[in-house]
Design a protein around this ligand. Structure first.
Ligand SMILES: [Mg+2]
Length: 260
């Protein structure tokens, strides 16, 4: 589409000039940012070219590239197999500080009793899917968006009464049950204390409300927040129009800075 090409052209021209692989660090959301959203999280499609691109970016940025996602890191590994990347999963509740390190769980696993309670609430809404993720639980309502408000009310009233350690966060057609005190910002902050991220300017790319704390962190640290259009950010408020545009932008970032 002409409009998409023009938007991509505009943003990539401006932002690739602003980004220096020797001085900056890339923090990338996955769903809705690197890959298109699917009806179910297990049904997403990863273009093989994306895995090659991420490998090149990882090298180009001296290892200062991390995946910052709501998925578990094991899921990220499955999607990008055989590539291993530095990553924060479940909104900062899991961190792998280098590609060859083990995954460190930062928060307690959600108790079986709480998972069961969430499952009971979800079962009242046919079409709602729950995804236990160890330190968190995702409640997907993409198939029944009209039930969102009522479902949220049920979840909030359960957790308000039961467990102050867990909160309900909103995402794209999903409610994330997460431990308090964790976010994509805490993930970037933790990684930014360590080599090769320390001292680099954070560049965060994301598409969702869960990326907002990371955007705030990146801006406060003198970096960039690049929004991807979708169900959360309207086109006119976004720097990148789609995951396809993000991949083209990152591709351009590798090719235009390779001789810098
Ligand atoms: Mg996303």
């Amino acid at each position: 589409m002409v409009s998409e090409q023009r938007a991509l052209h505009d943003v990539s021209d401006r932002s690739t000039q602003d980004i220096d692989p020797a001085l900056d660090a890339l923090f990338l959301d996955v769903d809705g940012t690197l890959i298109d959203i699917a009806q179910k999280p297990t049904e997403v499609v990863v273009p093989p070219s994306l895995i090659v691109l991420l490998k090149h970016l990882q090298t180009r940025f001296g290892g200062a590239l991390a995946i910052i996602t709501g998925r578990q890191i094991n899921e990220v590994d499955r999607l990008f197999n055989p590539l291993r990347l530095t990553a924060a999963g479940v909104h900062g509740c899991e961190i792998r500080t280098r590609p060859d390190q083990t995954i460190e769980q930062q928060a307690l696993t959600v108790s079986p009793a709480n998972v069961a309670a969430i499952s009971v609430i979800a079962s009242r809404y046919p079409g709602v899917m729950i995804e236990p993720k160890g330190t968190g639980v995702a409640v997907h309502y993409r198939n029944v968006p009209h039930s969102a408000a009522e479902l949220l009310g049920d979840l909030q009233s359960y957790f308000a009464g039961q467990n102050a350690q867990l909160v309900v966060a909103h995402g794209r057609m999903v409610f994330e049950i997460l431990p308090t005190g964790f976010s994509k910002a805490t993930a970037i902050e933790a990684l930014s204390r360590r080599a090769p991220f320390a001292g680099r300017r954070p560049i965060m790319i994301g598409d969702d409300v869960g990326d907002l704390p990371a955007f705030d962190y990146a801006r406060r640290a003198g970096g960039l927040a690049l929004r991807v259009a979708g169900e959360h950010f309207p086109l006119e408020d976004s720097e990148l129009v789609s995951p396809n545009a993000v991949r083209a932008f990152l591709d351009k970032l590798v090719s235009t800075t390779s001789n810098a």
